[in-house]
Write a protein that binds this ligand. Sequence first.
Ligand code: 4AD
Ligand code: MG
Length: 437
Amino acid sequence: MVDMAHTTVAHISGIAAHEGCEVTLRGWLHNRRSSGRIHFLTLRDGTGFIQAVMSKAAVGEDVFRQADHLGQETAIRIHGLVRADARAPGGYEIDVAQLEQVGPSQDYPITPKEHGVEYLLDHRHLWLRTERQQAILRIRHEVIDSIRTFFNERGFVLVDTPILTPAACEGTTTLFPVPYFDTATAFLTQSGQLYNEANAMALGRVYCFGPTFRAEKSKTRRHLTEFWMVEPEMAYAALDDVMALGEELVAAVIGRVLANRRRELAVLERDTAPLERIRTPFPRVSYDEAVEILRQRGLPFEWGGDFGSPDETALAEHFDQPVIVHRFPAAAKAFYMKADPQRPEASLSVDVLAPEGYGEIIGGGQREDDYDVLCERVRAHDLPEDTFSWYLDLRRYGSVPHGGFGMGVERVVAWMCGLAHVREAIPYPRMLHRLTP
Ligand code: 4AD
Ligand code: MG
């Protein structure tokens, strides 16, 4: 018997380096089938999956019989010889010389048969162990890392914004209140933007990246109540700069996912052709032009409102590329948007719409930088002036044109992965009817 504590530990993702050597793998039993004198054990260790072949001849009667009773997801350590095998999915197999049970598992709730999505969501803490969910989480990791790299390489400074806030940013109807000791009510942040604007006046170009919360009672495949948003903000910037930055960011994220996550995209059976077709510059249309396109395509659209998801789908389909829509009606957007000096009923706002039905992934624009106009807006939107006095200060002390946007991570991940719903794009989705596990 080898003492596994004193052997070479390998990870499945790096198994090629150990060909012809004996190693120890530590993981969980994903699947098991037997043919009389041989057990085929699929081991997963978080970095990948590998078939471990255990013959009665190699391990002896007792260990062989023990393996008959190992349930799915039993934690095991195995020791054996790494062997190249052209037929194996990862190119290698391991011949088991020794097996040790670390933690038992019986009657695992998620079996290889089909389960309904509500059942899977109830077991999200275990569902994450499947190959598909692991692939999604790795792509999410890549998306987040590519976003951070993108901003860091361009000299943006990461400045964190608070999650407990005293006031609304995106609209008062979608806030989660939190009792704040005995005297006050705080709200979970909807966006770090207002603080980002202050940070940009301090550091020039900044971004925040964290969880944000929306209490809207939406039950669509694009809405979560808790989601992650990256928000860049730039001093001395106009709407055009905001659009250019959004376009570059989206292109950079796609590039990184395609370059580094081929294996995961294949696990998800994602057709990558629509992603590979994407080219900058993205088509840019004004809201007015977009309305015209919708009407031409037979969608009855009234000037003035925000786009619904069928409208967004139709627009992106029209171009078969991500589409940048700018200058929405001021009435359809938040209080802080700067009015278009050419046409005050329009705002210097922008949305980026993803193709393939994924819709809005970016929302932003140029901010109102005039003190008097902004005071007027705060009043017109019935916002508490005292809680916004610090925000108004930014227009009193060295106000400059500035702007930025927010990009929702889950919508981007859902799009990259080709998911039908954003709920699989976040480890523990929070939705109208789901707060567990
Ligand atoms: O368009 P939104 O509401 O814009 C803002 O919050 C601005 N304050 C951002 C800024 O300018 N700094 O949200 C931005 C993005 C959307 O385009 C979408 O990708 C995502 O956040 N998003 C959601 N994702 C999942 N579930 C929801 N309920 C979302 N709401 C917005
Ligand atoms: Mg929006």
